[in-house]
Design a protein. Structure first.
Length: 191
């Protein structure tokens, strides 16, 4: 619990700085998550399952330090999603720093983006994490993503992003490593 409070406080300070510095570079993105893979590892054994398509919403703030390079941060809320053959929904909420490298053109500018951060929330319903003494304690972990997009106009952008959410599930003292990877196609509105 103490670790989560420290992470939330640092996250709040990070976003306060980012929004103050880069509000003119704010973007809201609505994404379609596809090609998802949910991988569980414990004691050297790994199993994976396909994840059904879902939706995510992101808010990012980017301040450009020159015409081509911007730095900032963001947060993504993943709507609950499930695995193909297992009951239960899960989701992550990552907070991340980012770097955005774009062409100097103001119209139809392509860009690349890199993200790295931490999943401040990893949660699942009772079907996903279980109940009673067999209920899993879920904790977030490393988040990272890499992608490319195009700024269509001053107000709109389209982006494709490959990202990975990591976390852990602890059941009866045994820790399972969880990795959820996906491809997101998003449309963004720039403010």
């Amino acid at each position: 619990m103490k670790k989560q409070i420290v992470i939330l406080n640092l996250t709040f300070l990070f976003f306060l700085f980012t929004v103050n510095y880069a509000f003119a570079g704010a973007t809201f993105k609505l994404g379609f998550d596809t090609s998802g893979d949910h991988e569980v590892s414990v004691l050297g054994v790994t199993a994976s399952e396909d994840v059904e398509d879902s939706i995510s919403a992101s808010f990012e703030g980017v301040g450009f330090i020159n015409d081509n390079v911007g730095i900032g941060g963001g947060v993504t809320y993943q709507f609950p999603r499930s695995q193909d053959r297992f009951k239960g929904d899960f989701y992550f909420i990552p907070v991340y720093g980012l770097i955005k490298i774009r062409s100097a053109s103001k119209k139809a500018a392509p860009y690349g983006i890199g993200q790295i951060g931490y999943n401040i929330i990893f949660e699942g319903d009772n079907d996903y994490k279980g109940t009673g003494i067999y209920a899993a304690d879920l904790d977030g972990g490393l988040y990272y993503g890499i992608g490319a997009g195009v700024i269509i106009s001053e107000k709109f952008q389209i982006e494709v992003l490959y990202s990975v959410n990591n976390g852990t599930a602890t059941i009866l003292g045994t820790e399972f490593d969880i990795e959820y990877s996906k491809v997101t196609l998003s449309v963004g509105v720039n403010f």
